[in-house]
Design a protein around this ligand. Structure first.
Ligand code: ATP
Length: 445
């Protein structure tokens, strides 16, 4: 378990504008969150980094951006209408609802096993032994398309982005003249009516996913699966700067795996509430294309010219939640430490992910000549780097603390010496050391 407390992260997120409760002035809504000015900066950078590594830097992975609402037949064929369920128990005394597998402390979702494990369990809310037997509950959110609200117009908000990747497999293959292996990637919102939304932004009802489905010849599946496991780990460590000591592999046991999956490995992160799933890599076999081909009566097999073989491609899936990645980045970067005899909170974010790269300040607020010069430096830095913040509130020590808390790597301060020799002090967030740098060097780096 991480040493960081969840309440400290929640408090920082609210205090500094990373994350707010959705519709907070009306009391919020469980499982829904809004990203604030600083949060959205990090979220956008996480998504851009993933998109770059996955799509832009690759030769054979193509992006799509599918609709959130699709023909409901898609979710019948994918198995979600019948089987996108979680086991649930109700308390007959207080009416609370709980995830049966979480309450039983198991990864299994088998109802018989859960009934056995929960036999003598009390309701964690009221303490009474009045729980019902576990039953399954469908997590897809429903709506109606058009003006008539009846069974014939029911549609679902997508529970995962993968659906429209499979239905566009043939469109992408044809339009991009793609040969196997190739992948389709997508970033987008998905909705899950989770029984109990909890742990801040970890388990939410409106989530955003980054998913990639890689279509391959079945004979290559073991090697390709290992490559995508390695991709996920390397991305977290090298591209986001997450410490390896906070990551572990978790291999799905057979009773935990989706029925069609031949293999599934998750990367777990040491969240403040325990080591939990962050990123999944799955071998989905030919389940998806076979099911969609059967249900839609469209041919989705592939003809391999070199061997004259026809087969239905296997799919290796890489799937991760944006919000969970954001929470992992924050928890990994959050430190409370003593520096120069003072306590401080610092977010040791990489400069690629920090909301601001620099904060620029005049040493003293009430000296017009300093403020004027500082504004000049601010404008030049902003032109060069974009994400630069102006900060002239409070004394300089307080400004440093404020910038440490939001992860700004460097604070640039304009003082009287600047007016003489065009140099500024640049203070480093992690070491707190200050060096004098010429303005030209600062903006030409
Ligand atoms: P869990 O076991 O935590 O419910 P899952 O195994 O159902 O997750 P997948 O269906 O494989 O998850 O979804 C892929 C990724 O989407 C997960 O690894 C996670 O990062 C993210 N994710 C899934 N459900 C949620 C949720 N309710 N809130 C936030 N992120 C989620």
């Amino acid at each position: 378990m991480s040493e960081v407390k969840l309440e400290d992260i929640v408090s920082l997120c609210k205090r500094r504008g990373f994350v707010f409760q959705a519709s907070e002035i009306y009391g919020g809504l469980a499982g829904f969150w809004d990203y604030g000015p600083l949060g959205v900066e990090i979220i956008n950078k996480i998504k851009a980094t993933w998109w770059s590594a996955m799509v832009t830097e690759s030769d054979n992975i193509f992006g799509v951006d599918g609709a959130i609402i699709q023909n409901p037949k898609l979710w019948e064929a994918s198995g979600h209408v019948a089987g996108f369920t979680d086991p649930l128990v109700d308390c007959k005394n207080c009416g609370a609802r709980h995830r049966a597998d979480h309450l039983a402390g198991t990864d299994s979702t088998n109802l018989e096993e859960l009934t056995e494990l929960l036999k003598d369990k009390a309701c964690p809310t009221c303490g009474k032994k009045t729980l019902t037997e576990p039953r399954t509950y469908n997590m897809m959110m429903k709506t109606w398309v058009g003006p008539i609200e009846d069974d014939s117009t029911v549609a679902y908000l997508r529970p995962e982005t993968a659906g429209s990747i499979f239905t566009n497999y043939e469109n992408v293959r044809e339009t991009m003249r793609a040969k196997l292996p190739f992948g389709i990637a997508q970033i987008g919102k998905a909705f899950r009516n989770e029984i109990s939304a909890r742990d801040f932004i970890f388990r939410v009802r409106e989530l955003e996913q980054m998913e990639m489905q890689y279509f391959i010849n079945p004979k290559d599946s073991e090697k390709v699966y290992e490559d995508w496991r390695a991709f996920a780990w390397t991305f977290l460590v090298d591209r986001l700067g997450i410490s390896e000591k906070n990551l572990q592999w978790h291999e799905h046991a057979e009773n935990e795996r989706a029925h069609y999956a031949a293999a599934a490995h998750d990367i777990y992160f040491n969240f403040p509430f325990g080591s939990k799933e962050l990123w999944g890599t799955h071998n989905r076999t030919d389940f998806d294309l076979t099911s969609h081909s059967k249900a839609s009566k469209k041919e989705l097999s592939y003809f391999e010219e070199s061997t004259k073989e026809r087969f239905t491609p296997y799919v290796i899936e890489s799937s991760v939640g944006v919000g969970r990645m954001f929470l992992a980045v924050l928890a990994d970067a959050y430190f409370e430490e003593e520096k120069d005899g003072e306590k401080r909170i610092v977010l040791k974010l990489s400069s690629e992910l920090a909301p601001y790269r620099f904060a620029v300040s005049p040493l003293l607020k009430n000296k017009p000549e300093l403020a004027e010069k500082a504004r000049e430096v601010y404008a030049a830095c902003k032109k060069k780097y974009g994400n630069v913040m102006w900060d002239d509130n409070g004394n300089i020590g307080k400004r440093y603390r404020r910038q440490d808390e939001i992860g700004t790597p460097k604070c640039v301060v304009i003082d009287f010496q600047t007016l003489e020799d065009n140099t500024v002090t640049v203070r480093d967030r992690d070491t707190t050391e200050q060096v004098r740098v010429s303005i030209d060097d600062l903006i030409s780096k």
